[in-house]
Design a protein around this ligand. Sequence first.
Ligand code: ADP
Ligand code: AMP
Length: 220
Amino acid sequence: MKIILLGPPGAGKGTQAKSISNNYSIPHISTGDIFRKNISERTPLGIEAKKYIDRGHLVPDELTIDIVKDRLIEKDCDNGFLLDGYPRTVNQAEALEIMLKERGEKLDTALLIKVPKEFIIDRMTGRRVCTTCGASYHIKYNPTKIAGKCDICGNFVIQRDDDTEETVVERLDIYDAQTQPLIEYYTNKNLLSEVDGTQAINDVFKNICGILGAINSDNN
Ligand code: ADP
Ligand code: AMP
């Protein structure tokens, strides 16, 4: 399946992406994770992206579109992929459509995880992420089994530099201005599906499986 996950920062895209990717055996591609890896390795891309990410701004489309283009031509994307955090602008969505058209492919769905703003600050300031595998935890709602250590790979979990309350507010404004229009964009293309992201993590996942199962059988 070829899926993109939409939703405000903190909606639970990364959390659900790990389970969807396992369930459907498709790679989880998070542009945020790719940027963070480049930042930690101090590559030219990482140094440039950090200027924007630290302020809660979007990395420019030219840079972001190219990293997705390079990633989607890798072999593991032959049978589908799950994009998490891309597209975030209409420009990026149009670029994705062209990339897929060139391969004779199309998206199965743009799955929107709906979470009202009042949940977001609490979710993002309590988020902890694994420095190695990118798994996402929450100090209250999804704590690690051993304090400070990732359940999956055992490495350290930390608070992201851009998960301060001030940056979160900025990121929500940017979401409204630049990413929210994608809901209409994919509705008009008859590709939008929606899940209530306010429920417990496992319940959201069960609902997502129901939605994706129905889309998969319609498309086959
Ligand atoms: P996104 O990738 O959309 O920015 P994450 O998946 O990192 O969001 O989730 C943001 C935070 O909210 C994390 O700390 C995560 O553990 C927590 N979280 C995710 N889904 C839920 C949920 N359904 N209920 C409560 N907390 C959640
Ligand atoms: P995320 O891990 O998805 O929350 O992304 C972290 C940060 O990386 C965002 O706040 C942006 O600064 C940057 N970023 C991630 N994906 C994109 C994208 N598709 N377009 C522009 N910037 C992005």
